[in-house]
Design a protein around this ligand. Structure first.
Ligand code: IPM
Ligand code: MG
Length: 371
């Protein structure tokens, strides 16, 4: 198989975690005989510095011509004073819209070996396995009109939360399809006691549920959901949210997994799939070789599964990550709370360990198939 992958390292810790994700993908290619062709391009603050534009034409063209895009992170305090449309984040938002993926999948899995690192009680988080399906192209992020009105006595600013029925329906279908292959439960998040968009959201999701009789649907207000996530994370299977609610709740849910650095995401439904860890650019950690690359590596595993259809390779990468954690290797985000038998690892060591573990598991699989 030949796969064209555009790599967008971006800002802050982005290039470091991306380096390790690419290393693991190269190991997968070597072990399985597939041909992955990488094209590295600028995005975000790094692109503004070079070209003045957070999403240069060359980057967009490369992404549109690729089979998949893998992004590190965007954002840098250097650009904090700029208007939203000129900031590094605007590059990512424009890219998301151009690629067209409207369903952002964010799995929150609490690995047994890291359950002790969650600030929540271990018996609460152990075994939690949630899939966020976050709507990614609508709501406050893209709604018009938006802007600032500075002409009155008191300057004002406004954003619009707008959803069409069709936008809700297509992402709801992704959630129900995903739930059908899991524990068959969808929790749809809204604020239908206050917002019209949420009322439309709830009506539409309820109607779509009629096509998936085997899946149980529950509705939950976003404020209550924020609490229940911390109180009873194992209650949830698939969590369906609009754009901003999903942004907020998925960072909160990182507490269940033990670290934001572990979370991966895939954006599907458009012309080119986009993969990115959930964490941001963490400028304070940049260049220190201490960021957790596992979110980026697990995003690469999602790429193998969803875009390449290489389910076995994806499972083996996930298994390799699990094995490295079980062996006690930890980047500082996870080692903070301590624990017996833990071994401090840098970003690059962690990537090397996962690649090595992948190659080991792949070898034994080959040996197994050979007999
Ligand atoms: C995320 C990030 C982005 C978002 C930012 C960087 C624009 O927080 O992917 O969760 O808000 O969608
Ligand atoms: Mg976010």
């Amino acid at each position: 198989m030949k796969l064209k992958i555009t790599l967008l390292p971006g800002d802050g810790i982005g290039p470091e975690v991306m380096g390790q994700a690419a290393r693991v993908l190269r190991t997968v290619a070597d072990a399985s005989g597939h041909d992955f062709i990488f094209d590295e391009q600028l995005v975000g603050g790094a692109a503004i510095r070079e070209t003045g534009d957070p999403l240069p034409r060359a980057t967009l063209d490369s992404c549109l011509a690729a089979d998949a895009v893998l992004l590190g992170a965007v954002g840098s305090p250097e650009f904090d004073a700029l208007a939203p449309s000129e900031r590094p984040e605007a590059g990512l938002l424009t890219l998301r819209r151009a690629l067209g993926g409207y369903a952002n999948l964010r799995p929150i899995v609490c690995f047994d070996s890291v359950a002790c690192h969650s600030p929540l009680r271990q018996e609460l988080v152990a075994g939690a396995d949630i899939l966020f399906v976050r709507e990614l192209l609508g709501g406050l992020y893209f709604g018009e009109p938006r802007g600032r009105a500075d002409d009155g006595d008191s300057p004002s600013a406004y954003n619009t939360m707008r959803y069409t029925e069709a936008e809700v329906e297509r992402v709801a279908r992704v959630a129900f399809e995903a739930a059908s292959g899991r524990r068959r439960k969808v929790t749809s998040v809204d604020k239908a006691n206050v917002l019209e968009t949420s009322q439309l959201w709830r009506e539409t999701v309820t109607r779509v549920a009629g096509d998936y009789r085997e899946v149980k649907l529950e509705h939950m207000y976003v404020d209550a959901c924020a609490m229940h996530l911390m109180q009873a994370p194992r209650h949830f299977d698939v969590l369906l949210t609009e754009n901003l609610f999903g942004d907020i709740l998925s960072d909160e849910a990182a507490v269940i997994a033990g670290s934001l650095g572990l979370l991966a995401s895939a954006t599907v439904g458009g012309s080119v799939d986009l993969y990115e860890p959930v964490h941001g650019s963490a400028p304070g950690l940049a260049g220190l070789d201490c960021a957790n690359p596992l979110g980026a590596i697990l995003s690469a595993a999602m790429l193998l599964r969803h875009t390449a259809g290489l389910e076995t390779e994806a499972l083996v990468v996930e298994e390799a990550v699990r094995a490295v954690l079980e062996a006690g290797h930890r980047t500082p985000d996870l080692i903070g709370s301590g624990g017996a038998g833990l071994r401090a690892a840098t970003t690059s060591t962690m990537g090397a360990l996962v690649a090595e573990s992948f190659a080991g598991i792949a070898d034994s699989l080959h040996a197994y198939h050979a007999v």
